[in-house]
Design a protein around this ligand. Structure first.
Ligand code: SF4
Length: 108
């Protein structure tokens, strides 16, 4: 099961946007049920950082909400895809003004 960009969840969102809340909720619960089953015993967290809270979404999100500096690592690809579109407005010249920080990553 692929979580990011999941087709079932995308279909749920499509129904919400059309105003079909009941069908959106039904599809969303199908996604959640499949997620629950598939990730009952395996790692769902794509974060590669050395971190005490790996896979502990409740505490990970609380920490990020608390410090307010950036979002949990798993949300980077989604946000970067949207930022990339906005960055096109300045022909991506913002890349000349920024440098990603060095990160402390887990050994695979
Ligand atoms: S919220 Fe945090 S712990 Fe949960 S998947 Fe994302 S990065 Fe991992």
């Amino acid at each position: 099961m692929i979580i990011d960009g999941n087709e079932k969840e995308r279909a749920a969102m499509e129904q919400f946007h059309k105003g079909n809340r009941e069908e959106g909720l039904r599809l969303q619960e199908e996604f959640a049920a499949a997620f629950r089953e598939e990730y009952k015993n395996k790692d769902h967290c794509p974060c590669k950082k050395v971190c005490l809270y790996h896979g502990n979404c409740k505490e990970c999100v609380a920490i990020h909400r608390a410090h307010q500096e950036h979002v949990p690592n798993c949300m980077r690809p989604m946000l970067n895809a949207k930022i990339k579109i906005l960055s096109g407005l300045t022909e991506h010249t913002v890349a000349n003004e920024i440098e990603p920080p060095r990160e402390n990553l887990r050994k695979e």
